[in-house]
Design a binder for this molecule. Structure first.
Ligand code: SF4
Length: 292
């Protein structure tokens, strides 16, 4: 047998996904900012809004995880609709600059109205959420972190937006974390993991937990909105683990910058605030005339 170092068939669909990922997806209601930007980098939001051409376009290896998540999320929502009714991609808007959509919104016994947020994660993030310490076939439990905080915040903003539009309060969000790296039967035995725990964790978060985080994030995003609306590219700030502010360096090692399609542009623009007229950004060709 020989290994095809340039695969003929194995990456065909991923190559297509990478081509389709060369521009950001539009926001749910055409607003400047989106719920899924929760805890994200201010500057990246500005580049999206000003329609900057990607300086470092996503490669197939960068899009595969996100697209597998999308495919799974669509199948998940379709199954949830078959079982509970409700809606997939339920859009809502909190104000004129912020909108988003819930992976699924509907009613389930015990919780009533629920926003569901579906996260498909690699082994690393899944293990962190579930508290699994894994390596070389050995696994132990190490205290679970629970779902990523930004997923709770994103779901919380969906709940707030949907509540405003429905005129009744959505009191629960449920975050599901599913792994692309399932615990083996042998690993599961070592920690008495159930079949569910091999691939899936789910957390129900009540309004008194998600709402303060979501409102704090809306206030933070308002700062980004004002800076961008004034015609500036903001500083490189985001929220990291534990909900604390982090100052990002496009040439550093943070994962946010590692996956950012604007890395070289951001480095060229330098630190701090940059008036959009002085930014090195080039508008994406098809949208050059649309935003002045
Ligand atoms: S490279 Fe990093 S700091 Fe710059 S826009 Fe992207 S995420 Fe933000």
């Amino acid at each position: 047998m020989r290994r095809n170092h340039e695969p003929v068939l194995a990456r065909t669909v991923v190559d297509e996904w990478a081509i389709a990922a060369q521009v950001p997806k539009p926001t749910a209601r055409g607003t400047m900012l989106r719920y899924s930007g929760a805890h994200g980098c201010f500057r990246r939001m500005a580049y999206d809004w000003f329609e900057a051409q990607y300086s470092d376009p996503p490669t197939p290896a960068m899009v595969i995880q996100a697209n597998m998540g999308t495919l799974f999320g669509e199948a998940q929502a379709a199954a949830q609709i078959r079982k509970y009714g409700g809606e997939a991609e339920r859009a809502s808007q909190i104000n004129h600059w912020l909108s988003g959509s819930a992976d699924w919104f509907g009613q389930v016994p015990e919780y009533g109205d629920v926003v569901y947020e579906n996260k498909v994660k690699s082994g690393f993030a899944f293990n962190k959420a579930m508290g699994y310490k894994r390596g070389y076939g050995r696994v132990s439990r190490n205290g679970e972190d629970g779902p990523p905080l930004e997923a709770v915040v994103q779901a919380g903003m969906n709940a707030i937006g949907i509540s405003m539009e429905l005129g009744r309060t959505v009191e629960w969000v449920i975050v599901g974390v599913l792994s692309t790296d399932v615990l083996s039967v042998n690993e599961a035995r070592q920690i008495d993991a159930t079949d569910t725990e091999r691939f899936c964790g789910e957390w129900a978060v009540p309004i008194d937990v998600f709402e303060p985080w979501a409102r704090r994030e809306i206030a933070r995003l308002e700062e980004a909105y004002e800076i961008i609306d004034y015609g500036n590219i903001p500083p490189t700030i985001a929220i990291g683990d534990g909900g604390v502010r982090v100052d990002l360096d496009p040439e550093g090692k943070s994962w946010q910058c590692g996956y950012c399609p604007y890395r070289s542009l951001c480095a060229k623009d330098g630190e701090g605030f940059v008036p959009v007229t002085q930014s090195a950004l080039i508008r994406r060709p098809s949208t050059t005339e649309t935003k002045e």
